[in-house]
Design a protein around this ligand. Structure first.
Ligand code: TYM
Length: 334
């Protein structure tokens, strides 16, 4: 039976990119009846310094976003990573399987470390090995993510293969990224060549799941565009990254294809398209924000849900990681 695992870092508020590229699709997978395990990866978040109170707050807010978006903690397992120690344990073993060369080729590390890689945490470098552990501790085979995680999932596959070869076992499965839909890479509203990101210094560059209706509308109306009207074919969006991005966002929010959106808005000026997009975004996001705010009034209940999810996650991961210890040759005599 296929099992899905995916995670989101509670390292800031969630954006429209996280919602369309990940969260919305997590809900679709759950509703297809697949076994789904979703994780707020707090141990990944601390690869760059996090204020402890904010980390707690953002983890709860992330959990509230999952539930508000449609994750049902009875049907999916929803928990925060640090409550299940199997992740850290398998992460260490994978640190010993992964090669320095593989890790140094990770583009996300290179982007995050910048020129001064002497000064970033060792955890940031090892990050993708922990990510492989997140997935493989459950023998999950399907991982819904945005485009930016593709390279990390290729590394997950390499780690699984090398582990199996090194120990002569057929233990870890091959992991398949699920990168699908109209918005696998939502771009910044200020620069169509940059990813929309919670870490962008400009708040105008992104829509946050905590933004109110007015803020969402304003950000979309002010989004960078070119002066041309929308074309009548997708081809016509080539070399128009900002226009392409807004069309993709519309498509993903509406649950249509980009082709469909272009067919509906062929020849429209942004003066027409942007208000339509703003209305759609508000209609889809406002109920989520409202529900998030309601859930956040009862942090103890969120913590209870995360704890219960962690118990269920642990029940799956513990025996798998115990087997890994046996395979590797660790004595376990108690
Ligand atoms: P993170 O926290 O950066 O992002 C969470 C998810 O949101 C997707 N995403 C986007 N999708 C489309 N457009 C965007 N602009 C955009 N920004 C973010 C990401 O692709 C991701 O799916 N390393 C992961 C977290 C992680 C994980 C895992 C994921 C840790 N362990 C195991 C899957 C399986 C990350 O930093 O995601």
């Amino acid at each position: 039976r296929p099992r899905i695992f995916s995670g989101i870092q509670p390292s800031g508020g969630l954006t429209l990119g996280n919602y369309l590229g990940a969260l919305k699709r997590f809900v679709e997978k759950q509703d297809e009846g697949i076994e789904t395990i979703y994780c707020l990866v707090d141990m990944h978040a601390i690869t760059v310094w996090q204020d402890p109170d904010k980390l707690r707050q953002q983890t709860r807010e992330g959990a509230a976003a999952f539930i508000a978006a449609g994750i049902d903690p009875a049907r999916s397992i929803l928990f925060n990573q640090s409550q299940v120690t199997a992740h850290a344990e398998l992460g260490w073993i994978f640190n010993c399987v992964a090669r320095m060369g593989w890790m140094s080729r990770m583009t996300q590390f290179k982007d995050k470390a910048g020129k001064n890689s002497e000064n970033v945490s060792l955890g940031l470098f090892a990050y993708p090995a922990l990510m492989a552990a997140d997935i493989l501790a459950y023998h999950a085979t399907m991982v819904p993510v945005g485009e930016d995680q593709k390279q990390h999932l290729e590394l997950t596959r390499d780690i699984a293969i090398k582990f199996n070869n090194d120990f002569g076992v057929d233990f870890f499965p091959v992991v398949k990224p699920i990168i699908e839909g109209a918005a696998t890479r939502v771009m910044s509203l200020r620069d169509g060549t940059k990813k929309m990101s919670k870490s962008d210094p400009s708040d105008q560059s992104r829509i946050n799941l905590t933004d109110d209706a007015d803020t969402i509308s304003k950000k979309i109306r002010k989004a960078k565009t070119d002066p041309e009207p929308l074309p009548d074919t997708l081809e016509g969006l080539k070399d128009r990254p900002e226009a392409r991005n807004l069309v993709n966002i519309y498509a993903a929010l509406a649950g249509h294809s980009a082709e469909q959106v272009i067919a509906d808005f062929a020849g429209a000026q942004f003066g027409t398209f942007k208000p339509a997009l703003a209305d759609l975004a508000v209609a889809k996001l406002e109920p989520i924000t409202t529900e998030m705010n309601r859930l956040m009034k009862d942090p103890a209940e969120i913590d209870r849900i995360l704890g219960e999810g962690a118990d269920r996650a642990e029940a799956i991961a513990r025996p798998i990681v115990d087997q890994v210890y046996d395979i590797v040759g660790m004595i376990r005599s108690r």
